[in-house]
Design a protein around this ligand. Structure first.
Ligand code: AMP
Ligand code: ZN
Length: 480
């Protein structure tokens, strides 16, 4: 597989460190607010990458953190902790806020059919690992004490800046070049960052004792400590949005490599941003849409996932209502195509030439996916397949043998697209009337009215050709 690696600023052949396993880390959400659709672009991209690896028969160990402490409101090193700020506004404890938004995040992840990471790790459950890493850095002379916390001296890490294609001197000079830069008292370089922050004496929540003083961890140290805890000092892939290249990921590299003296991550994969109507998503513009907002507009999570896949992950995408609606129409037309051909078909063995054609399109699809996840082109291969199968079906030449071959290739493609094709291959969904009768019968049965339940069962069979059976999981239906 070819993959663009931010670290070397080019596409290169992917090689796993271990033979059959890929270890991968994705920066997770800061759970102080609803995750927005832009965040989910990042998670759909990392999920697609994971699925491509799995299609290539790798076992993927995927770790994601949940930031439930330590990320400040302001850029750089200033401001209040985001979680504490929400807690203050919502009159809740920081922990309550964190758990609630974590729950909502996981709910959306499931709706979007994003595979659950092998490990989801909360920052607050890994304070000892972070302190351990901080002590290692301290022993190696990377840290110094300032008024507000323990800071990493970025001038001491030789490779600082390499991820963004810069270096320590140039970065600091360019940051100095702009408006006057505010920075915490006693810090030495603009790029220096806190690994441990001191808390005020009366702070009761989200504070931990350490040999440096009572406080809480900086945000960057969290990802270094959690990724190395579960994936080791040196692992394959780290993902995130492009906004994290210059600061967060650069700092992760400095901390991890500073502590271990080893290369941290082989491949850094970054997704570009999602914009809304040409603008950056921001609270002040009221354009930070959630998955629920989209659902309210008639855009399903699958429709949004499809929309994300129509763009290359390294291109900026612009979300508009029209683009979302068009994605929704397309995904629905794919589903209805699958449902249409999933019914009974003329008997017949797969036709050779047709079989060869769909096989070729299947191979083309995966070649494109393995070429730096070229999802828009891969989707074009999938649409080409649907189009020829549709034509064959319209002229009544699609046999059940051909159909099975088409569905098999589509399901294989869906293994990496994650668009839930399988759910549409079974039987066509029921229309409203039989659905209502099934519910009515279940109500009768539950209230002990078995006479009515039997009568409705007969009606379903005679009028709609639907057989209902009671199982331990409730009533199940099939077509006669
Ligand atoms: P955060 O909680 O801010 O760390 O964001 C979670 C993930 O979403 C990170 O990988 C970010 O880089 C990514 N992200 C944030 N905003 C956007 C956006 N508008 N488009 C794409 N990715 C984003
Ligand atoms: Zn991170």
């Amino acid at each position: 597989m070819e993959l663009y690696n931010t670290l070397v600023h080019k596409k290169s052949g992917f090689k796993a460190i271990r033979q059959k396993e890929i270890r991968m880390y994705s920066c997770g959400p800061t759970v102080y607010n609803h995750a927005h659709v832009g965040n989910f672009r990042a998670y759909i991209v990392s999920d697609t990458l994971r699925r491509v690896f799995e299609h290539l028969s790798y076992k993927v160990t995927h770790v994601m953190n949940i930031t439930d402490v330590g990320q400040l409101v302001g850029d750089g090193n200033l401001g209040e902790d985001k979680l504490k700020q929400t807690a203050r506004i919502e009159h809740k404890s920081a922990k309550e806020v964190a758990r609630e938004y974590e729950r909502l995040f996981i709910k959306d992840i499931k709706k979007l059919n994003i595979e659950m990471p092998s490990v989801i790790a909360r920052a607050t459950d890994h304070i000892p690992q972070m302190l351990n890493l901080i002590e290692k850095l301290d022993k190696k002379g990377y840290l110094y004490r300032a008024e507000t916390g323990m800071y990493f001296d970025t001038s001491k890490f030789g490779d600082y800046g390499k991820l963004s294609g810069s270096d320590f001197k140039r970065l600091n000079a360019s940051l100095m070049g702009g408006a006057r830069v505010e920075r915490p008292a006693g810090t030495r370089n603009i790029t220096d960052f806190a690994v441990w922050r001191f808390s005020p004496a009366d702070e009761k929540e989200m504070v931990w004792d350490s040999k440096y003083g009572r406080g809480f961890p900086g945000w960057h140290i969290e990802c270094s400590a959690i990724s190395m805890e579960y994936l080791g000092d040196h692992f394959d892939v780290h993902t995130g949005g492009v906004d994290h290249i210059q600061i967060h990921h650069q700092n992760e590299i400095a901390q991890s490599e500073g502590a271990t003296g080893k290369k941290f991550v082989n491949f850094w994969v970054h997704n570009e941003f999602l914009k809304v109507n040409g603008s950056k998503m921001s609270k002040s513009l009221h354009n930070t849409y959630t998955i629920e907002d989209l659902e309210g507009m008639g855009i399903s999570p699958q429709g949004y996932r499809y929309f994300v896949l129509t763009g290359h992950y390294r291109s900026i995408m612009n979300m508009t209502v029209d683009a979302l609606k068009s994605a929704q129409r397309t995904i629905e037309s794919i589903y209805s195509f699958i449902e249409r051909i999933s019914g009974s078909m003329p008997e017949g063995v797969p036709e050779k030439e047709f079989g060869a054609e769909i096989k070729k399109l299947g191979q083309e699809f995966f070649r494109r996916m393995e070429d730096d996840m070229n999802t828009p082109e891969a989707l074009a291969s999938m649409h080409a397949l649907i189009s020829i199968a549709n034509k064959r079906n319209a002229s009544r030449k699609l046999s059940n043998g051909d159909r099975d071959a088409v569905v098999a290739v589509l399901l294989e493609m869906d293994g990496v697209l994650g668009l839930s094709f399988k759910e549409h291959t079974a039987t066509k969904p029921l229309s409203a009337e039989p659905r209502r009768l099934i519910e009515e019968r279940e109500y009768a049965r539950k209230s002990g009215d078995f006479g009515s339940a039997d009568e409705i069962r007969r009606e379903l069979r005679d009028r709609f050709g639907i057989i209902v059976e009671d199982t331990k999981d409730g009533p199940q239906w099939r077509r006669k």
